[in-house]
Design a protein around this ligand. Structure first.
Ligand code: ADP
Ligand code: GLC
Length: 491
């Protein structure tokens, strides 16, 4: 039996907080490896060398050259450390490939929101180097037992390893969102150095194209996804996105493990982005954050009106269209709405139009703003997350931890992490928010009204807040569950 220190894991990911984050994957890629390391596992990250990553890591030293991979431009591998806090940093390997990663824009899209045309190569290289480092072809002395792949961007690692005849690590594929699959034309298979035979229904082929994610799901030794409920949902239509059949046949090798939250980054008692820190023992201190948020966003400053907050990608998945549909009725309750987010241009535009109609009651900030996202979590009374589907979701956990009960659609990880308010569940300590189902504008609006009523009953509301704040959303149990899976994959 391996001792903890001996379990080596290469955690392959396309984003990591604080250097590069477009959503929850960035948060998880920092917090889960840190939690696993605190359980004494030797977890190291592998990341693409985007400009911010190369500039942001510390103690960089070159450890290998990859100049002769026939399908890819020359690349250099650096070993470095990523600072997560003043006292903690974790080891990372960074792929410096200027031809693929040195450019202005996001990790997946250019500044105008168009996918990079060479994404197959960009994440093909991430997957390929992940596979090399996880096999006896590695130029490094450090060799992982487990290659832990995350989302489509590292989905080809298990496929490359499958076709490697030498010694290799076991593979774990984690699905953070099945809606993003990394689909490219069939010719990409051979261009990326995989055998033509892998382009098969039993392999990488997906409706006549190739799919990075399907490759991972097909070839990985084990699959996890980020909540138990989502693990069930993706085995059927419509949330299987065409992969429900494959996932159902692999169900013995599919586990749902709920994400945790980084309680050092997200702690109302110490959060530097708040104007007033607070704990569940003195919830009255939360109020200063509400008035600061109202002021900063140009809303009427009013302690008594319920303030609903949203921090989200603004798109179909997140149900932004439903929010827009009910916003003018939310205002009439009366209530206020603050939205921070970006993504779909038309939805951004519609939200901005609403602020002109209701300048005192609706405020919208388009863009990504880490500091403001913390103030919304603390300053809002109630958090809105009407996602059509949600593999796990982090904001509903942040908001419960901040004493800001969430309203969520009963789907995916939202259903696993929020307990609906009823008098009985309030009394037994479990209720900490509001669930609605099915996903209609009417249901969303009536749940917002239900929450507003509860808000005006101080006793009920405080109990809801305290119930949420008392819940354990830390990574502790989930990191231990990942370790169990790693151990089960060892020969
Ligand atoms: P997803 O990964 O699907 O976007 P999650 O709830 O798992 O959803 O995680 C989203 C993460 O991104 C959270 O940490 C959230 O606070 C953050 N986030 C989303 N939009 C913004 C934004 N506009 N500004 C700051 N943080 C944001
Ligand atoms: C994805 C999902 C989200 C999840 C996050 C981290 O982006 O949409 O639900 O919390 O990944 O796993």
């Amino acid at each position: 039996m391996l001792s903890s220190q001996e379990l080596r894991v290469l955690f392959i990911t396309s984003e990591v907080f604080p250097l590069c984050k477009t959503g929850g994957l960035g948060d998880v890629s920092a917090a889960l490896p840190a939690a696993l390391r605190s359980l004494q596992n030797d977890v190291r990250l592998l990341l693409p060398g985007y400009p911010k990553v190369l500039a942001g890591v510390k103690y960089k030293s070159k450890v290998a050259d990859f100049n002769t991979l026939p399908q890819f431009p020359p690349a250099t591998l650096f070993s470095a450390r990523l600072s997560l806090s003043k006292s903690e940093n974790i080891p990372v390997f960074v792929i410096d490939c200027p031809g693929l990663y040195q450019r202005e824009g996001g990790p997946y899209m250019d500044t105008l929101g168009r996918d990079w045309p060479d994404n197959a190569l960009r994440f093909g290289l991430l997957s390929k180097i992940g596979a090399i480092l996880s096999s006896d072809a590695s130029p490094l002395a450090w060799r992982p037992h487990i290659a832990h792949c995350n989302d489509w961007q590292s989905g080809l690692t298990p496929a490359y390893l499958h076709y490697h005849s030498g010694k290799k690590a076991a593979t774990l594929m984690t699905i953070h969102n099945l809606a993003f699959q990394g689909i490219f034309p069939p010719g990409s298979v051979v261009q990326l150095g995989l055998p033509a035979e892998s382009f098969d229904i039993n392999g990488i082929e997906y409706y006549a194209n190739m799919s990075f994610l399907k490759a991972g799901l097909y070839y990985a030794d084990h699959i996890t996804t980020v909540s138990p409920n989502y693990a069930e949902e993706i085995q059927t239509e419509p949330l299987g996105f065409g992969l429900q059949g494959l996932l159902a046949t692999r169900r013995r090798h599919l586990t749902g493990i709920i994400n945790g939250i980084d309680t050092r980054e997200w702690d109302p008692a110490t959060d530097p982005h708040l104007v007033q820190n607070y704990t569940s023992k003195k919830l009255s201190d939360k109020a200063a954050n509400k008035s600061a948020l109202q002021q900063q966003m140009g809303l009427a400053v009013d302690a008594d009106i319920p303030l609903f907050g949203v921090v989200s990608r603004l798109n179909h998945q997140k149900g932004t269209d439903l929010l827009i549909q009910i916003a003018s009725q939310l205002v009439k309750i009366p209530a206020q709405l603050v939205v921070l987010g970006s993504d779909h241009a038309e939805l951004e535009h519609q939200l901005s139009t609403l602020t002109q109609a209701y300048p005192d009651a609706i405020a919208v900030r388009i863009g990504f703003n880490e500091a403001l996202s913390h103030l919304v979590e603390a300053g809002a009374d109630c958090f809105l997350m009407p996602s059509r589907f949600e593999p796990c979701g982090l904001n509903q956990m942040y908001s419960q931890h901040y004493g800001t009960p969430p309203i969520v659609h009963a789907t995916g990880g939202l259903l696993d992490t929020v307990v609906d308010y009823t008098p009985a569940k309030l009394a037994d300590g479990s209720a900490s928010g509001f669930l609605f189902y099915p996903m209609t504008a009417d249901n969303l609006l009536s749940t917002i009204k239900r929450a507003s009523l509860a808000y005006h009953n101080k006793k009920v509301w405080q109990r809801l807040q305290k119930n949420g704040m008392a819940k354990d959303f830390s990574w502790h149990a989930s990191a231990a569950a990942y370790r169990e899976i790693y151990l089960s994959l060892l020969p």
